[in-house]
Structures are given as structure tokens and as C-alpha cells.
Design a protein around this ligand. Sequence first.
Ligand SMILES: [Zn+2]
Length: 512
Amino acid sequence: MKKIKTYNIGFACFLHEAHSFSNIPTTLDRFREHHFALGAGEMRKTAGTSTEMAGVWDIAPRLGLQLHPIFHAFPVPGAPLTAKTFNFFCDKLVKGLRAAAPLDGILLNLHGAMIAENALDAEGEFLRIARKIVGPKIPIVATLDCHANVSELMVDMADALIPYDTNPHVDCYARGVQAARLLRAILDGKAKPCMVLAKPPLIPVPQKQNTGQSPMKDVHALAFKLEKLPGVINVGVALGYAYSDVPEAGMSIIAITQNDPKLARTIAEKVARKAWTVRRGFIPDFPKPAEAVAMAIRESKGPVILVETGDNVGAGSAADATALLAELLRQKARDAVVMMRDVEAVNACFKAGIGATVRTTVGGKTDAFHGKPVKVTGRVRLLSDGRYVNRGPMHCMEEGVEWQMGRCAVLECGGVTIPLTEFRVYPRNVMQLKSLGIQPEYCKIIVIKAAHSFRPSYEPIAAKIIEVDTPGLTPTDLSSLPFRNIKRRLFPLHPDATLKSMIISERSGGCD
Ligand SMILES: [Zn+2]
């Protein structure tokens, strides 16, 4: 059998979605609480999951890509990385790439909405560092979360950027495989990617970014159609992350063709114009808590999912908003569940012990955005170490991955059960509640602090899903946040935005 030619590839995974107005600093500890690993042994633990890293791990040997793994790191989204934390990872990248030299290529799994105290465009800077080490001729291919705020620097420093095609993200593994295949094709001289970035003046909020629903579904439909044209390598639509206060904030189209700048430009512009034409669909119109809770109580069947959109933990908020909890208690809901981060309340429950009655306050303790603490009296039903393994066809990094919620306590307060967690938890997998002795399919009402990431896990059991306009750090009305770095007029933040402020930028092949 013919022996496949092998290539040496530097490999790192660095993901963070930065909320500019969060007061939860992103330090190395935040990474350690979730996912942080150095070197092949630990990093390989993501193999067998549905992540983009797993896609790379699985396909690399078959493609003859000899991986030199440097680190993988991803915390729960929060504030920008501290300068010390960002420098730590940049230093690891530099040392890792130098140790693996000579390299034939670099494969990175990035997010695209990372900010550091010392780098507003953290991925741009990270890619610039990688490029500086290997020089202009070594190909760099990176996957992105489709919440990326793509910058011109990122496009200049990489040969190809491949964002997820789905939100909720269920194609991460496939994008990891795709990026590895493309890198191999470049190394073989079969692919010569030409990348063009188009940034329509749009900044949709996460609540309106479901790729399975209009308007995003319509934008992606066009992107997928154009992707089938001869000479097209990939058409990626990055939805943008609206809570990053950076000049690059907003939607981005990344068209990659086989060495054809004109075609890439035409495609990127076409998809960007399509997104602009459907822009009114990006304005949310959700009921307020009192109305939404009344609707949920009236429903004959459960579970009714109340989506607390103002406290979207996966977008960096506090996980302790109290608007829906207070309303459920006020309207005396039955069989309702509200998961909440509250270290003090967890401590009180652990101190009291199982079966004890605890009088305490829960939620509203992280900042001034998420409502006031709510007084509750409840019975401690269960105490846990908070470890669970995600199951099912879920959001990236999920299937088979062990997560930790920190110490947890389940407090029963009449008809409302409050699973209390020590860490901020993405509420996006039914296994979280199941691991705490709660059967979500038999609940009447479940409050989910998210936008869309819960859907793959919860939609199969939900009788109804009601998105609710609630206060918090992830509001549906962006004008309530004090943006300073967004210079362009972006719809719907600026209702007077026009298509004139669209950016179209071709990769300069830049390298310093
Ligand atoms: Zn995302």
C-alpha cells in the first residue's frame, strides 16, 4: 500500500466569548473550572466528543497530519481575559510552535469573539503571533464559533477561517474535519484559498440568531446555495456576538474560493446584502415575565420552557437572574424548576443538610443587572458534587463530555424547585437536571437561562417554548448597554444604519 506523505501541524484550541459589560473576570481559574489542558495526553480527552477538536483528532491520522498539540482552553463566557491570562496563552502558543518546528501548517480551533484587557481583537492578535512565528508561506487554517466578530486582521493572518454553520451549534465536529481536510489540500497544492470578508452593518442579538428559523435560515440558505458553485471552497456566515464592545462587532460573511478573488467578493457581498434585506426579522418581540408565567401556568401540558433571555449564561451573564423566579413564586406556579447560581445559598444548604428547612435569599447577587435577591424558605432535597456527563445530539463540546457545576443543592420551595449551583452553568443539557434527581420531562415549567443552545436537548421533550423579555446582561434591547468601541452604525442598535457602512475586505495575505 502506498504510504501517505505526512505533515507536521501545530494544533491549539482557544475559545472564549467575551461580554464587555460582565463583572466576572476571566482568569486562568475560569478556564481550569471548565476546560484547560496542555499537551497531547490531556488534550486527547476531547476525542470521541462532538467538538471540533474531536473532528481534528479523528481525521488527522487518516490525512497524514502529524499533530503537535499545544493546549486547549475554553471557559464559560464572561468578561474579557485579564492581560495576564491572555499573555499566558500567547506564551504557550509561541513556545509550543517553536518546540514543534519545523512545521508544515497550523490548525487552530478559535471562537472569534474573544477580548483580552490588552487585545480588543484577541483572535486577530493570537493569529498574528502564530503567523509571525511560522512566516507567510506556512498555511494557517482555523475554525470559528459562528458567534465570531470577525476582524480584517483575522482574515489577513489566516489562510482560511471556517465558522460553524449552525446555531445552536451542532456541526462543530464536521467543521473540525473540514478544516483539517482543507489544510491537507493546501499542503498538497490542491487548494489555493482566496478569502473575502463582508461585514453588513448588522448586529443581531443572540435571541434572533437561530439558524433553524428565519431570518438566519434564509441567509444560510443562500450561503449554502452559493457554496455549491464551482470554484467555491466555503461560504461561512458568522452571526456576530452583540455583547462584545469591539470595532468588529456584528455579522460577517467569509467567502473562500479557489484562487478567485472576484467570485469570493461577489458571493460575500450577495450574502451580506441578503442579510440586510431581512434585517427587520432581527428585532425580538417577546412577552414580559408576568405575562409569560401566566401563559405557562395556563398550558395544559408540560414542560413549558420559559427562556430567560436577559440572563443568557452561554453569552456571559451571571446565571442568577431572579425575574422569572420571583414571578413564578408570586403566581404560585406548581412543578416549576429554576436553576440558579448562588454560592451563599449552596453553602447554607450544605450547612443545614438534607431534609432541613432553609430560610435564605437566592439570586441577584452578582451585579445590578439581574434583579434583586429573592427571599425563599425551602427544604433541602439533595446535595451533590455537581459532576455530570452530557448526552444526546447537542451543542458543541457536549456529547460524552464531563462538566462540573461545582457543589449543588436542590431546594424545594413549595411548587418551585431551585437547583442551586456553585459555578455558572450553561443550562443546555437535560442531564444537568437529571443528575440532580429532577426528571425534566415530568416538570410543568422549566426556566432556562439561555438563547438557543438548550434547544437540541430540550426541544424533544418540550410541550412549548416561550422566550421571555427579561432584564439582565444579555438584553434584547442593545441600546441599554454603554457601547464605546463600536464606530459603525449597526442595525438594530442604530435604527438609522444604512448599507453604506458595509465593509468588504479581501485577504491581503498579510504578514509582518
Ligand atoms: Zn456560539
